[in-house]
Design a protein around this ligand. Structure first.
Ligand SMILES: NC(=O)c1ccc[n+]([C@@H]2O[C@H](COP(=O)([O-])OP(=O)(O)OC[C@H]3O[C@@H](n4cnc5c(N)ncnc54)[C@H](OP(=O)(O)O)[C@@H]3O)[C@@H](O)[C@H]2O)c1
Length: 511
């Protein structure tokens, strides 16, 4: 095959979506390879892809880091981490195949010579493994380092590709900390990479259940007709964590729950829940529909009534007594950073006019759960005695995104017996029970999509900017409100969050 010809997998009919999609020859260059994300998620995901036969035999992996490591030392170090956390069984044969393409490039981000050396390593690897000059630069590094690494890549010519080869860059959230900084980041990255080569990772979009939200909505007659303000009362999107900030004080303090989770994961989930049917699932059409929803978002006028924030205080998480946020190592006693945030949003279009979307996230809550709950209006008439429906609440469709991936349908049913009594029951679909194959990790799906150049699951600049436009006024308002309300660890957040719902005659679901 011609060295510069685009890779075409001869085994795959491009129209047959049942066949696995296999990446073509390429190299991933992992910046920040010694970091938390690379060790726990990225290296295992790359191994799992290889183990599933989804990487080409001539795949290359270069770790860039500031340790004095040889290729061999790095490969053994990576193997140790992969063995601990890989999802699929560890197989020596898979590892040996991968290890043949593993290299280490030593350097710091401000060292221009290190990038020149990296380009030599890449050229050698391209030649040895015939990787066709296709390179994906994964910036798993502190956001403050994005500009310098982007500039170093450009300076050393690494962003220029040979004819027929591609160069892609992958960046991790947070994409800025407000609209202005997000725009500045975008200017930096687009000054060295073509906009189509930039892949922004919001790993929630790689989760099976999130993709299933689209599959379920747009492949069934059952749901879409009732997916609007005629039937839906409101929507609740929750991402609750039972953990505190752990050792991430440096990252978290000053960022807070809303910037860390609502701006990206929850607003993305809202866009997919609320969007209209895309013409097809190409990136252009999916992004178009999501951006349409985000452009239609309106904030309530009174942010004091319709938002809430809190900070976890000491309390009990199961059997364990845990410290409050202000007692965590690295956090000042007067920190105003919120560890809980709840907001209400309107979407001004025909489908959703009058239907509030409530988004909440927090640390040290009752349990770890992420879900989207569509809560329906009450039936227009109940031909029962009042006693018969005492335990009958609204119908709900709940997308359980983690940890127990699946869908729950909640509706009223007759209690067995001689009297007519209606009580709520759940009908559950669980991935684990319905499919024999376990769901891949989000990072497996997303890394594969980058290598295949398939961008529908990656947020665009427009989506990122629209999300900041939603959040910025809320952050500005909160900045005038002093210290957030304290809530005991292990509970479901501050009282003001319950009051925010009570004001609308609603209540948060207890997941
Ligand atoms: N961790 C997560 O679960 C998670 C989730 C979502 C998004 N993210 C995002 O992913 C990115 C990485 O996060 P992380 O948690 O892995 O961070 P981390 O543990 O702090 O790792 C940062 C990495 O960057 C390297 N680094 C920093 N400055 C450097 C320099 N001047 N020269 C060379 N290497 C340098 C570090 O090397 P040393 O080891 O030598 O210090 C380390 O490998 C961040 O943008 C973060 O916001 C992380």
């Amino acid at each position: 095959m011609n060295d510069s010809a685009p890779w075409v997998n001869p085994l795959r009919d491009p129209d047959d979506l049942r066949l696995p999609r296999i990446a073509g020859p390429c190299t991933i260059i992992l910046f920040g390879v010694t970091g938390d994300l690379a060790r726990k998620k990225l290296l295992p995901a790359i191994y799992d892809l290889a183990n599933r036969g989804l990487l080409p035999p001539n795949f290359g992996l270069i770790g860039f880091g500031r340790r004095d490591w040889s290729d061999e030392y790095f490969a053994n170090w990576a193997k140790e981490h992969v063995q601990k956390t890989c999802r699929t069984p560890f197989r020596e044969s898979t590892w040996n195949q991968l290890a043949g393409g593993i290299r280490f490039a030593k350097g710091t981000f401000d060292d221009t010579q290190a990038f020149v050396n990296l380009s030599h390593t890449l050229n050698d690897l391209d030649r040895e493994r015939n990787t066709h000059g296709n390179h994906a630069f994964y910036l798993s590094i502190p956001p403050s380092a994005f500009p310098i690494v982007a500039q170093q890549l450009a300076k050393s010519g690494l962003t220029q590709s040979r004819q027929g080869a591609w160069r892609r860059v992958i960046i991790e959230k947070p994409f800025g900390h407000d609209l202005q900084s997000a725009e500045a980041l975008d200017r930096t990255i687009t000054s060295v990479f073509d906009p189509d080569s930039i892949f922004r990772i919001d790993h929630y979009l790689g989760k099976e259940t999130v993709q299933n939200l689209m599959a379920m909505r747009f492949s069934n007659m059952l749901f879409e007709p009732i997916w609007n303000n005629h039937y839906v009362d409101h929507v609740q999107i929750t991402m609750a964590e039972d953990m505190g900030i752990g050792s991430r004080a440096g990252y978290y303090d000053g960022i807070g729950a809303a910037r860390d989770v609502i701006q990206n994961h929850l607003i993305q989930l809202m866009a997919i829940t609320a969007m209209d049917e895309p013409v097809d699932f190409t990136a252009r059409n999916v992004h178009y529909e999501k951006a349409k929803v985000l452009s239609a978002v309106r904030l309530p006028k009174n942010l004091a009534l319709h938002t809430a924030r809190g900070q976890y205080a000491e309390g009990w998480q199961g059997q364990e007594h845990v410290p409050g946020y202000l007692q965590e190592e690295g956090i000042g006693p007067d920190s105003h950073t919120e560890t809980y945030a709840a907001i209400k949003l309107w979407i001004d279009n025909w489908r959703w006019a009058g239907v509030p979307f409530y988004l909440r996230t927090g640390k040290r809550l009752g349990k770890r759960v992420t879900e989207i709950a569509i809560v329906f209006k009450p039936a227009p008439h109940l031909p029962f005695t009042a006693n018969a429906t005492q335990e009958h609440g609204p119908n709900e469709i709940v997308f359980r995104i983690q940890p127990d991936e699946g869908i729950t349908l909640r509706f009223g049913s007759k209690v067995p017996g001689s009297t007519m009594e209606v009580r709520d029951v759940n009908m559950d679909f669980s991935y684990g029970n319905s499919f024999t194959e376990a769901s891949p990790e989000a990072y497996e799906r997303l890394i594969l999509d980058v290598l295949l150049g398939e961008p529908p699951l990656f947020p665009t600049t427009e989506e990122v900017n629209l999300s900041w436009k939603i959040l910025d006024p809320i952050e500005k308002f909160w900045a005038t409100q002093g210290q957030p309300e304290q809530y005991p660890s292990g509970t479901w957040g501050p009282k003001s969050a319950d009051e925010m719902m009570a004001h609308d005659h609603r209540a948060w679901r207890l997941p």
